[in-house]
Write a protein of this length. Structure first.
Length: 86
């Protein structure tokens, strides 16, 4: 996939995942990064369990990336949620 396709896939997946997890977007840049990282995490998880990873710019790849981004967001909120402000 080209860089532009990864960015678009990352934006879509990150936006959907952030809406599912905390009902508001994280911001365009963080949504893109979250979606791209989520695509890698989702691809790893799907491969680990015997399914196909991200295969290109299609609905299946968006679903894989969204699931991975949800996992990344859940871990992020678990770590960041423990911080207290003084």
């Amino acid at each position: 996939m080209s860089i532009v396709a990864w960015l678009v896939l990352g934006l879509i997946a990150g936006f959907i995942a952030s809406k599912i997890v905390n009902r508001s977007g994280e911001g365009v840049i963080l949504d893109i990064v979250l979606g791209i990282v989520g695509a890698f995490v989702g691809g790893f998880l799907f491969t680990f369990f015997g399914a196909a990873p991200v295969t290109g710019f299609n609905i299946y790849s968006v679903i894989v990336a969204v699931i991975g981004a949800i996992v990344v967001l859940a871990v992020y909120h678990a770590i960041a949620g423990r911080r207290t402000t003084t």
